[in-house]
Design a protein around this ligand. Structure first.
Ligand SMILES: CC(C)(COP(=O)(O)OP(=O)(O)OC[C@H]1O[C@@H](n2cnc3c(N)ncnc32)[C@H](O)[C@@H]1OP(=O)(O)O)[C@@H](O)C(=O)NCCC(=O)NCCS
Length: 144
């Protein structure tokens, strides 16, 4: 079940965030995004009565900027990431958005495969974008 992210789910979201990223978002950043829900789309995937994944992003004019997506390590490869992205597509397509944009580390193979399997196209690269010196790959998905 995919439902809007709520502040009372923050502990579960932070736990997934911390176990998914070397440089996780701070709790305060996640909280700000949940609070600021005008022009943002923040959703969680709930299974077994727990938050097992989430997707956060902002609508900026006709673009959706996908800022954060993660699935709990025990729930990977169960199509949850794909369902979260498809949910966002169905939400933003009605809000006149015509492209979804994101960036991901060149070394994040699972995320890159996930995006590619959904039709995202590589449109550029930012050198040394991440703290470890990894490059970022920019992906777009045209939706309208
Ligand atoms: C990226 C992420 C959200 C994908 O979530 P997921 O629920 O495991 O992915 P799905 O089960 O929906 O997979 C969809 C497709 O992505 C690809 N994929 C996902 N994980 C993969 C992996 N480890 N290896 C290869 N392909 C993978 C496959 O094509 C898969 O389709 P298939 O299972 O039919 O082969 C998840 O790996 C994650 O949370 N990673 C840590 C956080 C992160 O890196 N987020 C992205 C930051 S930009």
């Amino acid at each position: 079940m995919i439902i809007p992210a709520q502040l009372n789910q923050l502990d579960e979201i932070v736990e997934i965030e911390n176990s998914s990223f070397e440089k996780p978002w701070k709790r305060s950043q996640l909280m700000d995004d949940i609070r600021n829900h005008i022009d943002s789309e923040n959703w969680v995937f709930v299974q077994d009565e727990k938050v097992v994944g989430y997707i956060f992003g902002w609508i900026i004019q006709k673009e959706f900027h996908l800022h954060n997506i993660a699935v709990h390590p025990n729930y990977l490869r169960k199509k949850i990431g794909r369902k979260l992205i498809n949910h966002i597509i169905s939400r933003v397509v009605d809000q006149k958005v015509n492209v979804i944009l994101l960036e991901v580390s060149v070394n994040n193979v699972s995320a890159r495969k996930c995006y590619q399997s959904l039709g995202f196209v590589e449109v550029g690269m930012r050198k040394d974008y991440y703290s470890k010196g990894d490059d970022a790959i920019l992906y777009n998905l045209e939706i309208n």
